[in-house]
Design a protein around this ligand. Structure first.
Ligand code: KIV
Length: 260
């Protein structure tokens, strides 16, 4: 396994080995992802649904992301740890974005991600020494503008998405998440920029892929078209808990050897 992953090393993977990224929200998930060799762990604002069972990411606060970055920090050693700036932690001024990014780094993040065309903010965050990841296509914090979770880039054949990605590259991002766009648009964005693209629902032509940990482990209540259950841990966890309950109820656990 190669040594510690950094933002420059992710940047240098453009067009080479595919970049494997996964979300994590706590020490255990981060430890398992890191031990499995993922390149980048994101504490996503998807913690809204995964941790809190909320419908939307728009209610996530900076304090909540900070809290989970601290937990993920303890389990992440090799992978690059990226903290997601939630809605309301940037967008009103450049200073606000810089202050929010610094808070996530103080909590243990090595880079931050933000959604959409905040070029000045990205340059300013970089200026204080923090690498930034961009995010184009379906940006969930703007779900109310989009009218829901809808595939983006169909009407204009991806031209706006490509243009935003180009400007994000100019602003200095080290990678760009491309979410929920037709596969052709995923490919177009990838060819248009010199930084790696990290797809989710963006087809197979991006430089890497990111998925939500609980989606690929069968722990989410729903299976999404853009995801795949690689290991049905939900079933295994339920069976384990049922077996524990049976053993307790039948006075089989704890046994003599499990007692002092
Ligand atoms: O919040 C999140 O988990 C994300 C990824 C899915 C890209 O933004």
């Amino acid at each position: 396994m190669p040594s510690k992953v950094t933002a420059p090393s992710i940047r240098s993977m453009k067009g080479g080995a595919r970049i494997v990224c996964l979300t994590a929200y706590d020490f255990t998930g981060a430890r398992l992802a890191d031990e499995a060799g993922v390149d980048l762990v994101l504490v996503g604002d998807s913690l809204a649904s995964v941790v809190f069972g909320r419908e939307s990411t728009t209610g996530v606060t900076l304090e909540e992301v900070e809290h989970h970055v601290r937990a993920v920090r303890s389990g992440t050693h090799r992978a690059l740890l990226v903290g997601d700036l939630p809605m309301g932690s940037y967008g009103s001024s450049v200073g606000q974005a810089v202050d929010s990014a610094v808070r996530l780094v103080k909590a243990g993040a090595e880079a931050v991600k933000l959604e959409g065309p905040f070029y000045e903010e990205i340059a300013a965050i970089r200026k204080v020494g923090i690498p930034v990841m961009g995010h184009v296509g379906m940006t969930p914090q703007s779900e109310n503008l989009f009218g829901g979770f809808k595939v983006q880039g169909r009407e204009d054949e991806g031209s706006a998405t490509v243009e935003t990605a180009r400007q994000l590259e100019q602003a200095g991002v080290f990678a760009i998440v491309v979410e929920l766009v037709p596969r052709e648009v995923g490919g177009q964005v990838t060819r248009a920029v010199r930084v790696p693209t990290i797809g989710i629902g963006a087809g197979p032509d991006c430089d890497g892929e990111i998925q939500v940990l609980t989606d690929i482990l069968g722990l989410s209540p729903k299976v999404y078209r853009h995801s795949r259950v690689f290991s049905d841990c939900g079933q295994a966890v339920r069976a384990g808990i049922q077996e524990y309950a049976r053993a307790v109820r039948e006075r089989e656990f704890p046994s003599e050897s499990e007692s002092f």
